[in-house]
Design a protein around this ligand. Sequence first.
Ligand SMILES: *Cc1c(COP(=O)(O)O)cnc(C)c1O
Length: 752
Amino acid sequence: MMEKKLQELCSKSIEACSYEELYAALMTIVKEKSREKILPAEGRKLYYISAEFLIGKLLSNNLINLGLYEEADQCLQAHGKSMAELEEAEPEPSLGNGGLGRLAACFLDSLATLNLPGDGIGLRYHCGLFHQYFRKNLQTEEPDFWLSADTWTEDTGKTYPVSLAGREYQARLYQIDVTGYEGRTNKLNLFDLDTVDEALIQDGISFDKADIEKNLTLFLYPDDSDDAGRLLRIYQQYFMVSAGAQMILEECEKRGSNFHDLADYAAIQINDTHPSMVIPELIRLLMEKEIPFEEAVDIVTKTCAYTNHTILAEALEKWPVSFLEQVVPQLMPIIRALDETARKRTEDASTVILDENGIVHMAHMDIHFTHSTNGVAALHTEILKNSELHSFYKLYPEKFNNKTNGITFRRWLLSCNPELTSYLEELIGPGFRKDAAQLEKLADYADQEEVLRRLIEIKKHNKEKLADWLTEKQGITVNPESMFAIQAKRLHEYKRQQLNLLYLIHQYYEIKRGHVPAAPITAVFGAKAAPAYTIAKDIIHAILTLSQAIAHDPEVSQWIQVVMIENYNVTAAEKMIPACDLSEQISLASKEASGTGNMKFMLNGAVTLGTLDGANVEIAERVGEENIYIFGQSSAQVIRRYGHQDYCSREWYESDPNLRRAVDFLTGEEMLKYGCEENLTRLKNELTGKDWFQTFPDFNAYLVRKNQALEDFAVNPLKWARRCLINISQAGFFSSDRTIEAYQKEIWHLGK
Ligand SMILES: *Cc1c(COP(=O)(O)O)cnc(C)c1O
């Protein structure tokens, strides 16, 4: 059937088709099939609003979810074509940045798989997040033109008027089908503006930030280091939520809502603070329908819920009231009225929406005027309740709840690691595909040598595949016999790529002194730095420079290889994660709200080296301390240190000779041969003068634990494989199906 259809669509033999043609034809087949699974929503329907949806390539995943993958694969093979090469023809949608956007994508997959009515709402960025290139060991940014002629986004022909700074714009609705694994099809709704013009982009990713008509949906997270950039973010956010709110009200009205009962028809999840303006916008729209303010507030509170993703103060959005007055004057009377309402509920000045300096606190509006505020891992939620949002917790204890993040196993196991998936199926049957908890059955095999040997073999194959991919993409040769220690995540000082860097430098010196490690190590990084985040870019520079310095040193390069993957994205993650031995989750305790990379690595049989932060805590509880390498300060110690403001990085630098040696190396002659003095000096000064994320206090513990892991890996491979097995067997809890079921039961109550 597939064969005939493909030939028909291409109007020639499959052999004669290019991969682009086959991709377009398969996309058509998938779209037709997924359309058959669209069901009318009954009762309450979810709208998940998010500035990011990091969905990854869709073809293979959709084929798997629709049960068409095998057939397509065999059909291609029969005609001398390969699915792997076909996948290369698909551009990765550039609609997200990191974990928050990836979470939104996993949630959409789980909603559809669990047959729950739930759509996404976001923006159709033309160039999304930038494409990262390395030049002269520096990150450079180029636009990512991912929207090709054959795209999953379909124009619905519908538009909604949105007023920005007093001018009316039309938001055009595009949709992408989200088809569940043996489940229903939901929609990802993405708004765009027809007049946006890619020709506005100058060199790199710079463009006229004031030309809203042409720039509105060009990029995700435009540089907000100046006022024009900050204003543009407000324009984007309001455009998204105003069009989204109108769409929601229209759908609910069609389904019979009289708006007073909106909460019986809609549940709106606000993913971080970016969509917060949906609250005053919905109130405004309801008031236009003659609903009084107090009732509108009540309706919106019952309809909306908020997810907090971070405790980093700089990420909790705050806007000057003058900015909002300029862009969304129509919301200001409502925001002021909400502020007054909130002030009537408490005297506590720390919970105001509009403060005395004329700053609007978006998260505060979310907590006051939604019925639920959730954190994303147990530790994170506790920190919110006990410190960061304590005044709100005292006011509304019933609103606070935890929903530990999860990942979809369809993409992060079935699709990215087919060899492991079929071996698991051989051992424990196919039930784990839909019911992740069944992975626990694997624990019965923990002491069977034959099983452990197969796991080692599968890991080896995945490492070889990653090695081939690296050769092809970046011309790098790596040794698959070495330990692959991978740190793949956005570049941020709190995630502490710089700690990993200092370890590698330390090992460099040890090797020079004749202290060779227990096994060779391939340290793999994947990370994009925000374009205006100078120190993050300096860290990338230092990693790339160190990589070169080591590669040129024959003594050290036998033992250490440093690889930085260009343009880390979902596609890269899908190659890296199955190949990982040691998963680096080394954020400063208390700073990583949850992490989801940690879960993907665990599921694919990597052992975690991590701090007791975010969901690492829950991973450690499940696998037990012999199957994870934990190190470093506790979150309580860190919070205390911030409280006392008594951390002085220079003291650590001066009192620990190993640490000093590693830090000084940054500006030593080996590095300056390949790197730029300005960047390296700035990084060194940042560490010795500030080190805001406390890398120095954790440095020794990190190197001890990491070398222990290296030794365990080298000395007893079977015991190592047993750790991998236990990790896989305990990963079921981290399925986003479990997360979504908890949201459903405790927050959304979707359906009738
Ligand atoms: C999972 C994922 C992330 C999140 O990683 P963390 O380690 O949780 O920060 C970021 N980017 C991509 C491409 C991912 O797949």
